[in-house]
Design a protein around this ligand. Sequence first.
Ligand SMILES: [Zn+2]
Length: 502
Amino acid sequence: MRTPLLTAALVALPAAAAAHGINGHVHVTGWAIESLPPGPLADLFADPEVKDAALIGAAFPDSGYAIDDGYGELAHWEPFVEAHVQYVAELCGPDFATLECRKHVAFLMGGAAHGLQDELFDSLFLFQLMEHDGQGQEAADPGTDAFLFTDGHLRFKPPLYAPFEHLPAVFERAHGHAVTPRTIENGLQRVKFLVIDNFSALAPGFDEEYRPLLPWGSQHYLDPAVPGSLASEVGPTAAYMQALWDRLHGRHALPAVVTWTYPDGGRRLRSVRSGTVDGWVTVVFGVGARVGSLNGDTVRLLDPQGAPIDVRVQHTRWGGSPDDSTRLVRLIPQVDLAHDTVYTVEIGAGVQLMDGRVTVETWSTPVRTPCADPMAAGCVDPEPDPFPPPPPPDAAAPDAAVTDAALADAALADAAPSDAAADAGPPDRGRIDLPTPDASMFDAAPVAPRDAAPAPDAAPPVASSDDDGCAAAPGGGAAAWGLLALPLLALRRRRRRGIPTP
Ligand SMILES: [Zn+2]
């Protein structure tokens, strides 16, 4: 029987430990890599070691929350990404010839992809869940990760890697934030151990908890036609990686700033009605833009005669001030649109990018609305390809069958740091010697009540980088899990500084 303490742990832990969730980030990034067209970027990821660096990079931003250090929040956003691009270009450009350089590039792309995916998921899909299921991210984050597991889609378990010795310099350059390689490594170890390697021990309980709360979400979290779903993130993630590749090579052209638009895939807008997220049009960028430069003067929706439609211009969900960065802009019609009509989205010149450039040309694209009878001839959206795409022939099998303790123990054995990571520092940073998690451990673990966590709108903590946390967790068993879980309870995901925008 589930005790109140266990309930508190299971409710509190996922919101802390499984942002987006993390397995979603890893897999959307992996699917995006596998969807790349032939070319230099696909060639980069042809080396499995390089691809793994991108996959663990996709878990990296949330690792700062796991170690209670502000680097995690900073890593989510474009100012850090741009500083990272410049740092790696100086370190490894223009040929990025060595394996370590190629892994560093891949890690950068994985981390940047995570930030973009959070912006898409929070700014679009969470509003879908609110409309359909009346739920928010507290259910969506752990729920979608658990659905991925239960539905048999988890197959990526990247080994521990990061350019640990370089990352502190990037945080210093971008934000003057001091953090040590050891803190970053411990944070990433925690995320990998708990949320990636041993998620099989927790996922069934999360699924049981959240699937009943998300009847629509559990059916549509992989629906490519729903903007912000995990499936819908794959295309813009791949496009963002291409933009980052061009930025690393100093050839990112202003006309290529826009990388994606929802609706996508030849589909029509999902609704003509105002007041529903299905009526929103969203434009995605391959570089951060200044929130204050995307406004009614630069962002327009035009009817077929070229007359402007009354729209509210919104940015990333957590971007509350003009100087914040955003990788998307939402056009929210304030009036109902006409059926079966082609409107035009227009982004005018004057958009300020976080790398200092300003757009000088107008970009535009057509958007079609649905027919009054969506099943009428010529009105049906194209059928999407089955999703997720089948893995390449040499890929590992899905992980859904990993539910018993023996197999989870095997995953635990993989939690030991890689040779490369071990080489990056003293041996006491090594393996986290903890038992495989299961629900019974939380019955005895000293788990804080949910309301002990910081207020949702509080600024993310910027803790001392000397606090190395769980490098050596004494005690083992429930006590060790309590030590691991407690810092995670204070984990904050994504920026809460800004005022959430509807
Ligand atoms: Zn995140």
